[in-house]
Design a protein around this ligand. Sequence first.
Ligand SMILES: CC(C)(COP(=O)(O)OP(=O)(O)OC[C@H]1O[C@@H](n2cnc3c(N)ncnc32)[C@H](O)[C@@H]1OP(=O)(O)O)[C@@H](O)C(=O)NCCC(=O)NCCS
Length: 198
Amino acid sequence: MMMHENFSPEAVVTISDLFTNLPALTSDRLVLRQLHSKDAQDYYEIFSDDEVTRYYDVDTMTSIEQARALIDRHDAHYRNRVSIRYALELKETGKVIGTIGLYNFKEAESVEIGFDLNRRYWKQGYMTEAIKRIIDFTFQNLRIYTVYGGFLKANTASENLMKRLGFKKGKVADDVEIKPGVFETVYFYRLDGEHTGE
Ligand SMILES: CC(C)(COP(=O)(O)OP(=O)(O)OC[C@H]1O[C@@H](n2cnc3c(N)ncnc32)[C@H](O)[C@@H]1OP(=O)(O)O)[C@@H](O)C(=O)NCCC(=O)NCCS
């Protein structure tokens, strides 16, 4: 299904608006829209892969029920105005090939992103394209001028992605318990935008 953006490029979107009716965003090859339970099969495909979960705080999935359960959790977080999960849908086929989460919103200040991509779609620039769109939306419409990306130190694919997008290395958190009894070093990269608002 082809979707169009339903707001003007310069519209101010409040965090409250986001949690009332999540706007769809479009880029060259993708539609970014809310992740739904109907995406469980595609979501399962992403997370039933040890390479994707290697540096991620989700265990490799072995059944589609686990994908449904995680989507339900994302839904609950959305209803409770805690976080958002955008699905990255290929314009051409409608397949969901990845997701981007937005959380730790600080009004007029900062937001954190998390991301995952089906391994079959790595190395084709899809995540770079999707995060660029999210950043433009964050700076121009949400008027939030700092975006953080946190990931494990060993996750070089994520570090390269952040650098490619112009993020700079910020805080380093040692000994973060990412799974019960598992402690790792987490890097936070940050991107600071120009204040475009009046
Ligand atoms: C992090 C992750 C999304 C990065 O995937 P990716 O495929 O490297 O990222 P992109 O989709 O942006 O593709 C960029 C790559 O495609 C290449 N590329 C090809 N066409 C491109 C284009 N049009 N634009 C940009 N890059 C392009 C780039 O050169 C780059 O390859 P390189 O790193 O070898 O230089 C992926 O490794 C992943 O899902 N990891 C598991 C989940 C995870 O750990 N998430 C982080 C925790 S929050």
